[in-house]
Ligand binder design. Structure first.
Ligand code: FEO
Length: 397
């Protein structure tokens, strides 16, 4: 069940219990995929996180003598794929590490690589394994500067590393063995939380990939695409272009339900325009950064509201906005709102954040003093309707 093709096997690690992947909420766990290719020469593609090096080596040793591994390919030096390398290179005594020059440099900054045999590869230096071969394509910033993918033309398999991945722990290895809509949802979440800042490079990568004859995409996380390649490539194109849906997202944090009351009235106003508009309300302390980023990916219009705490926005809202800023989403239409008592703070800080990220402000911030009056709630309702109308326009309706 782990076989991609004859003598090409998945030998990675399924991390059922990981729930926090440097702030990514991995609600369904994760996998670190590694692949073993046995031909006249033997190659291990990528490794796993450091604590699971023993599991990886056991999976390899079940298939052949560890001394018979000729190559270890490092497509990407981030530690979820390279952390096991010190243990792996010590155990695979005859292996040469294949990676690009930037990757070798990054690995040297993480590990003592002085005893490793390292062979620098480029797109012009494919490596023959006997009947089959590996070619290398650099995909800078998808997800780090040194990222590359490995392609086996004889089997038409693209070992795509982070690209096309999903955080998902399952007993099965292939896309046709799992629920496709959930799989695409996890792939979208992965894209929105990991890949989105590099969307321009993703579009270039998709161009490069379109030159290759591919029948299988084997990423370094999650399930291997062997049936639904058209769907995932089309989705990547859509996500990389940050195509907007008819959708409004209302994010808020509240202290004594005043900002919450305003958010709810904006929701009602947004829902009043059309039954087809996807309108979502999210209290930022009752959801995750991961879910917020996933929903933001295809949302053209946001309302962001914060109560005022110590003359600032609420702390979790600050965390959310810091996270969103780093992800560099395409600019959205936006409105700030919130309640304050005796002095300004929350709403103003949100409005300043809109300036910093160059969002298009649709209207003056909607503010309440302590409790929203009927007039303020009416304005919230009208603002919600305005947001929905803008969402329809953004979606071409
Ligand atoms: Fe899965 Fe960028 O590491």
């Amino acid at each position: 069940m782990n076989q991609l093709a004859e003598n090409i096997d998945w030998v990675g690690y399924v991390d059922w219990n990981v729930r926090d992947f440097h702030s990514y909420d991995t609600a369904r766990g994760a996998t670190y995929n590694a692949y073993l290719i046995r031909d006249e020469k033997t190659a291990l593609i990528d490794t796993v996180k450091a604590p699971f090096a023993g599991n990886l080596l056991r999976n390899v040793a079940e298939r052949l003598d560890l001394d018979k591994v000729d190559y270890v390919v490092c497509n990407h030096s981030e530690l979820d794929h390279s952390g096991a390398l010190p243990e792996v290179m010590a155990a695979l005594k005859n292996a040469t590490l294949l990676c690009n020059a930037k990757c070798a440099d990054t690995l040297r900054q993480h590990f003592d690589t002085s005893s490793w045999r390292i062979q620098i590869v480029t797109p012009d230096t494919p490596v023959s394994l006997g009947h089959r071969s590996l070619a290398f394509v650099n995909i800078p910033m998808v997800h780090w500067p040194e990222s590359m993918v490995s392609y086996m033309p004889e089997e038409k398999i693209l070992f795509s590393n982070d690209a096309f991945g999903q955080h998902l722990a399952t007993r099965v290895r292939f896309d046709d063995q799992w629920d496709l809509s959930l799989l695409l949802q996890e792939a979208k979440s992965y894209y929105a939380n990991i890949v989105v800042p590099y969307s321009r490079q993703v579009l270039k990568t998709l161009d490069a990939a379109s030159q290759l004859d591919i029948r299988m995409i084997a990423p370094s996380h999650g399930l291997i695409w062997r049936k639904n390649l058209g769907e995932i490539i089309a989705k990547y194109s859509e996500w990389a272009s940050q195509t907007y849906k008819e959708k409004v997202l209302i994010l808020y944090d509240s202290m004594w339900q005043s900002t919450e009351r305003m958010a709810e009235e904006m929701l009602r106003g947004a829902m009043s325009v059309s039954d087809t508009t996807d309108v979502q309300l999210m209290h930022v302390r009752k959801t995750t950064l991961t879910r917020i980023a996933t929903e933001l990916l295809d949302t053209p219009v946001v309302a962001i509201g914060s109560a005022t705490l110590n003359a600032e926005m609420m702390p979790q809202m600050a965390a959310v906005l810091t996270y969103i800023k780093g992800l560099k989403f395409r600019a959205k239409d936006a409105v700030a709102f919130g309640s304050a008592g005796w002095g300004p703070g929350g709403t103003e800080a949100v409005a300043q954040w809109f300036d910093a990220v160059k969002y298009h402000v649709l209207a003056e911030p909607v503010k309440a003093k302590f409790r929203p009056t009927p007039e303020v709630l009416n304005l919230c309702h009208q603002t919600g309707a305005l947001l929905a109308e803008r969402a329809r326009l953004a979606a071409g309706k």
